[in-house]
Design a protein around this ligand. Structure first.
Ligand SMILES: [Zn+2]
Length: 101
């Protein structure tokens, strides 16, 4: 599980936790534990020395709660595949292939 926030006005969920809802503008948000698994919506390799080893994977995963998460990967992920947060590294989720537990 990872922690995000949910809007008490419109029900939109955000991760990382938000101060203000980007959907309706409400400040009435509450902490929410989000599912760590979902569907890969985007994936790319990043060729940069900012992180080693290079290249490193970057993915966007839509969790089963409907929240879009950006994070790192240990290997290639296919768009439409299932992925889960395997660990947190430097405050970023690291996605691995599969449905998780
Ligand atoms: Zn809202």
């Amino acid at each position: 599980m990872i922690t995000g926030s949910v809007c008490n006005n419109c029900g939109a969920a955000w991760c990382p936790a938000a101060v203000r809802c980007a959907s309706c503008g409400s400040f009435d948000l509450a902490a929410k534990e989000l599912r760590a698994d979902g569907v890969v919506r985007a994936f790319t390799w990043v060729h940069s020395n900012a992180r080693q080893p290079s290249p490193w994977g970057l993915a966007q995963v839509e969790t089963d709660d409907g929240v879009l998460l950006f994070g790192l990967t240990d290997g290639p992920l296919g768009i439409g595949d299932r992925a889960t947060v395997g660990r947190i590294d430097d405050d970023l989720p690291v996605f691995v292939s599969g449905a998780g537990s």
